[in-house]
Design a protein around this ligand. Structure first.
Ligand SMILES: Nc1ncnc2c1ncn2[C@@H]1O[C@H](COP(=O)(O)OP(=O)(O)OP(=O)(O)O)[C@@H](O)[C@H]1O
Ligand SMILES: [Mg+2]
Length: 224
């Protein structure tokens, strides 16, 4: 379970304070598929970065299964990220000098996941890249790169998936495919998924839709 209380993020720009998140309270049960929507600049990516421990909050708590991650140091956070989180960010962060297979294997090896090559090969098959194992990222289409980052996010069997607009650049066919994969892997592994999206039809596939506006929760509803 992820329990967020009184989460505030304030930045200083142009000599004055900018409040980006204004005391957010949010509980995400284990295994929930949560979509986060809201206008550009409403704080979605900031929220995701804070949950991932990639950014520091100004005040507030983020407790993941009883552990307050705002109290962890860099090394402890890196360990937690490797073990528990899978990231799917819009700009991929794929390593251009490694093939598709090597990108996924590296992620597994960094986390000492056993059987890295077999696991990576199987996962790439699952995301429909079985015949693209030895292609470099530049030799893959946008949709294929997204699916590669999905395989990489899943290789360590994380129990929390953080996805920031994974379908943002894709045509509707590839976008549907990414969502189907997320839903399937969610069902099979019971992972908690936090998916940031601008697209209403993507959000509607989730179990719960949270809308941010101006750094606050504007609405929070279950999606039957
Ligand atoms: N380093 C920074 N310095 C100052 N302001 C920042 C900084 N990073 C983000 N912001 C501001 O914080 C607000 C929230 O940004 P955030 O990236 O979380 O929005 P978002 O909801 O993800 O938007 P988008 O849908 O466009 O990705 C924005 O108004 C942005 O301008
Ligand atoms: Mg964003």
């Amino acid at each position: 379970m992820i329990e967020i209380t009184g989460l505030v993020k304030t930045l200083y720009g142009g000599g004055h304070e900018v409040k980006i998140l204004k005391s957010l309270d949010l509980t995400i049960p284990t295994g929930q598929f949560l979509a986060v929507t809201g206008q550009s600049g409403s704080g979605k990516t900031t929220l995701l970065s804070l949950i991932a421990g990639l950014d520091n909050s100004t005040t507030g708590q983020i407790v993941i299964d009883g552990q307050d991650i705002t109290k962890l140091n860099e090394d402890e956070l890196a360990l937690l990220r490797g073990k528990r989180f899978g990231f799917i960010f819009q700009n991929f962060h794929l390593i251009p000098t490694l093939t598709a297979l090597e990108n996924v294997v590296l992620a597994a090896e960094l986390n000492s996941t056993p059987g890295a090559t077999k696991k990576a090969t199987d996962l790439l098959g699952t995301v429909g890249l079985g015949d693209r194992l030895h292609h470099y990222p530049a030799q893959l289409s946008g949709g294929e790169q997204q699916r590669l980052s999905l395989a990489r996010a899943f290789v360590n069997e994380p129990d929390i998936i953080l996805a920031d607009e994974p379908t943002g650049n894709l045509d509707s066919k590839n976008s549907d495919r990414i969502i189907e994969l997320l839903l399937e892997l969610h069902r099979v592994k019971q992972a908690t998924i936090i998916l940031v999206t601008h697209e209403q039809h993507v959000a509607e596939r989730s179990e719960r839709i949270l809308t941010l506006a101006d750094g606050k929760i504007a609405s929070d509803r279950l999606n039957p």
